[in-house]
Design a protein around this ligand. Structure first.
Ligand SMILES: *[C@@H]1O[C@H](CO)[C@@H](O)[C@H](O)[C@H]1NC(C)=O
Ligand SMILES: *[C@@H]1O[C@H](CO)[C@@H](O)[C@H](O)[C@H]1NC(C)=O
Length: 439
């Protein structure tokens, strides 16, 4: 491991001779993202470090990825997807947090003050799609842009149950002098075997993008009053925070992780007030699921997030692009719905070697204080409970395809249910998922 890291580092030195070297500065996030990426490395990507290099150097480790401006996003997206399947909740949240932070790290560019190109694709995971990379702190408007990126990251961290304080670890260096023709600015770049935490932390060079109050405001604006709060004590020394997280002494999990995830799903439903009223109390009343309406809602929720990101300049798109995406979302969902309905008309769906893929929403699962989601059939779908139904539904759909070898229409039905559930909360979310599977 150590040797291969050294070989990789030596190779990189050769590749990046003409680049601003800083791609190893946040080392711990590269290492952890690599672990999640390699769980299922569909595109044969060598290492997340290549996602932080300019296109010419990135090509040497991009595997099958050809859109090199999107390599960083694709790596984060794949690592995030893989992390969703990790059974242990703490490990899962830690891996999800690493993938989110990695997505926002600054990339190398050829000179001080030069911004990197934004990726033009939409990520598979909405949490990753909501983010972009930090820009060179000496580039135009970088201070505000980097703050907005850190605040979006804080919201996405909270939405997966991670501590929003960690968003500050994605920060970059003090701006360099644009007339400095060495290109180095105030950066550092120590090999990971010498400095596994990352030199921006160990050399105390990281600049906080936002204040604790700004983070708390952003998270509660997006998720309501029950959103987890950033931890001012942890934020007071980012080097200590990074070292603690790298050694496992500080957990990525939000201190009130329960509320974090419950509020995230409430916010996605657009019905925050009604849901907050139920937190810790009775499950929301059972509603007859209307799949078609639920899917339309989930496409509309995505459109809102897209429009917000477009209007604030976080993604390189306009509101028209977002509307086009909503139309595609509906068209694709309707197509899947038709296939599902047809498959059901031909008899019950075939779950391959597995049975009962339904999801329950109940109090006291795994000793939790609040109601949560879990598979009903722990034998075929062994996954612990979660407050965010997407963690359970994506696990079940993945299993149906990979292990159970369910047929294509069943997997499509599962994906339809997963989308429908995201527009709902509590028992209604479980009902929407189960109904899509005809159960
Ligand atoms: C953070 O803590 C380290 C280790 O105690 C110390 O060297 C460093 O100066 C502190 N950084 C700040 C910004 O206070
Ligand atoms: C489902 O919702 C859609 C859109 O609101 C509506 O047109 C349709 O009638 C509803 N279907 C049922 C069965 O309630």
């Amino acid at each position: 491991m150590k040797q291969s890291a050294a070989i990789l580092a030596a190779t990189l030195v050769a590749f990046v001779a003409a680049e601003v070297p800083q791609e190893l500065s946040h080392g711990m996030f590269l290492t952890n993202t690599q672990t999640a990426l390699q769980l299922n490395n569909r595109f044969n990507i060598v290492d997340p470090v290549f996602g932080l290099l300019g296109a010419a150097a990135a090509a040497n480790g991009a595997g099958d990825v050809t859109d090199l401006d999107c390599l960083q996003q694709i790596i984060a997206d794949e690592a995030f997807t893989n992390a969703l399947t990790i059974e242990d909740e703490n490990q899962r949240i830690n891996s999800l947090a690493n993938a989110l932070i990695y997505r926002t790290l600054e990339k190398n560019t050829g000179s001080v003050g030069l911004a990197s190109v934004n990726c033009g694709q939409v990520a598979n995971n909405p949490e990753i799609a909501a983010l972009s990379q930090h820009q060179d702190p000496a580039s135009d408007g970088a201070q505000q842009l980097n703050k907005d990126i850190a605040l979006s990251l804080a919201v996405q961290l909270a939405s997966v149950g991670a501590d929003p304080t960690l968003a500050l670890l994605s920060g970059t260096f003090v701006p360099g002098d644009v007339n400095d023709n060495t290109g180095a600015g105030n950066t550092c770049d120590t090999a990971l075997d010498e400095d596994p935490v990352g030199c921006i932390f160990t050399l105390n060079r990281i600049v906080a993008d936002a204040t604790i109050d700004e983070i708390n405001q952003a998270v509660s604006d997006a998720m309501g009053a029950d959103a987890p709060q950033a931890n001012a004590a942890m934020a007071s020394n980012l080097s200590t925070l990074a070292a603690g997280m790298a050694s496992g002494q500080i957990s990525a999990v939000a201190s009130d992780n329960g509320n974090a995830q419950a509020s995230a799903s409430a916010s996605a439903s657009g019905n925050l007030q009604a849901f907050s009223g139920n937190l810790g109390g009775a499950a929301p009343p059972l509603r007859t699921p209307n799949l078609s309406a639920a899917i339309q809602r989930s496409c509309a929720v995505q459109n809102n997030a897209c429009a917000n990101a477009a209007n604030s300049g976080q993604i390189d798109a306009n509101v028209g692009d977002c509307n086009a995406q909503e139309n595609e979302c509906r068209a694709s969902a309707n197509l899947k719905m038709k296939r599902v309905v047809k498959a059901r008309q031909n008899g019950a769906l075939d779950f391959g070697s597995c049975s009962d893929p339904t999801i329950q929403f109940a109090d006291g699962l795994d000793g939790r204080r609040e109601a949560s989601f879990a598979p009903n059939n722990k034998g075929d779908f062994s996954q612990g409970s979660a407050l965010n139904i997407n963690i359970i539904s994506s696990f079940i759909c993945g299993r149906l395809q990979d292990s159970c070898k369910a047929d294509e229409s069943t997997v499509a039905a599962c994906e339809t249910g997963r989308a429908a559930a995201q527009g709902q909360q509590g028992q209604a979310a479980a009902d929407a998922f189960n109904a899509a599977l005809g159960l």
